[in-house]
Design a protein around this ligand. Structure first.
Ligand SMILES: [Fe+2]
Ligand SMILES: [Fe+2]
Length: 393
């Protein structure tokens, strides 16, 4: 690519500054759908170029959706009603987790993520030799970064769930949605408490994640909020939580994730129910194509989120290039496992809501995401079933 050639010939210090912008343009222009580009371009500029999530000040985003009222109180969606009943019964208190457990993120006996998570060989080949202690510290940084992004995603989910509750036209969906708002508040509470009192550190929101949240919060269409939050962000998060749950040796985090996963299973299920009918039967072909392309763009942003540049900037910015770091991360066993389990969960859900046509599949193939599709079916599992599956694997 021409940009690669140009970049190679720039002095390191300038290259470091322009690389993020070039990446931003590349990811935002990956879609050829002008409607998607138009609806996401503003968020792309705010997140990737202006880095609005990283200014250390509160961010306001205007909401443009309509609040949908129904004064006849219909029982209009039995599956959502059922989820509402289940959600009420399964409420839990974040304060009841075993918070008295001592956590030392650098303790090799109880690693938060396994020591072989990163590709240290590749780092060494780039001239970066780390001592055992430094490796443990880097691993702790990566774990803290990941948990920080989970927390930021949960704040996005909290506000998106509130919007969705207003905008959804199913009355049973509103009752259910209210329980999700409480669930997400609890997730913010427990992830924040864990980071604050156990890891003693919080990373800023990743730019790619900011773009997704910014785009779906400001989109006026109720189904885009569902698609962005319930299917894409939550679906991928569910995969990520499951992987970390299996991976970690730290008992408090394991228990925290077990509880959160059980809630999230309901959330993704809700998204699939709400969109299945709508996308498969109520949209024009052009509208369906737009949603399909939008989802693909979000999938790309989520893939790039995992490149964890915030850790790179802290540790290696003056030692290796972003490209080298991205290459190393893409080939790290831990991150590869995350990508695999996340997209394995996402793809069947996309298929079920009708957003995985033969037209879009080659695009997922081109960016290397289709290979994770292993033919599993969409998420209708209860939280208990999901945990049982994770424990058995
Ligand atoms: Fe959540
Ligand atoms: Fe959720």
């Amino acid at each position: 690519m021409l940009t690669d050639k140009v970049l190679e010939n720039l002095p390191q210090s300038i290259r470091r500054r322009v690389e993020p912008y070039i990446e931003a343009v590349q990811v935002m222009t990956e879609t050829s759908n002008p409607k998607v580009l138009r609806s996401m371009a503003g968020s792309g500029v705010r997140g990737l170029i202006l880095q609005r999530g990283k200014q250390g000040v509160p961010v306001t985003m205007p909401s443009n959706h309509r609040s949908y009222f129904d004064w006849t109180y219909p029982n209009d969606q039995p599956e959502m009603r059922e989820l509402y009943e289940r959600a009420k019964e399964q409420q839990w208190n974040g304060a009841d987790l075993p918070w008295d457990i001592d956590v030392d993120p650098e303790n090799p006996e109880v690693p938060i993520i396994p020591p072989e998570f990163m590709s240290y060989d590749e780092l060494r080949d780039m001239g970066i030799k780390l001592t055992e202690l430094e490796k443990r510290r880097l691993n702790a940084s990566v774990a803290t970064w990941m948990l920080s992004q989970f927390l930021h995603g949960e704040q996005g989910a909290l506000l998106a769930a509130a919007q969705v509750t207003e905008a959804v036209q199913f009355f049973d969906g509103k009752l259910y949605g209210a329980t999700q708002v409480v669930d997400e508040a609890r997730h913010v509470e427990v992830f924040h408490r864990y980071l604050d009192t156990k890891m003693n550190k919080l990373y800023q929101i990743n730019d790619n994640l900011f773009v997704i949240i910014d785009a779906l919060i400001q989109d006026s269409r109720w189904d885009m909020k569902f698609l962005g939050m319930q299917i894409m962000v939550e679906g991928l998060a569910l995969g990520a939580f499951g992987t970390l749950y299996q991976m970690t040796s730290e008992p408090l985090l394991r228990e925290l994730l077990r509880k959160v996963i059980q809630d999230e299973a309901r959330h993704v299920h809700y998204g699939v129910i709400a969109l299945r009918e709508h996308f498969n039967h109520e949209l024009s072909e052009a509208e369906q194509r737009e949603r399909e392309d939008w989802a693909f763009e979000v999938a790309l942003l989520m893939r790039n989120r995992f490149l964890s540049y915030e850790v790179y900037e802290e540790w290696f910015e003056h030692k290796i290039s972003r490209k080298q770091w991205a290459h190393m991360i893409s080939h790290s066993p831990g991150f590869e496992l995350f990508r695999q389990t996340m997209f394995q969960r996402l793809v069947p859900n996309l298929r079920e809501i009708g957003l995985l046509s033969d037209r879009i599949k080659p695009h997922y193939e081109r960016v290397g995401l289709m290979k994770y599709f292993n033919g599993r079916s969409a998420d209708h599992m209860s939280g208990d079933q999901m945990i049982a599956e994770l424990d058995a694997a």
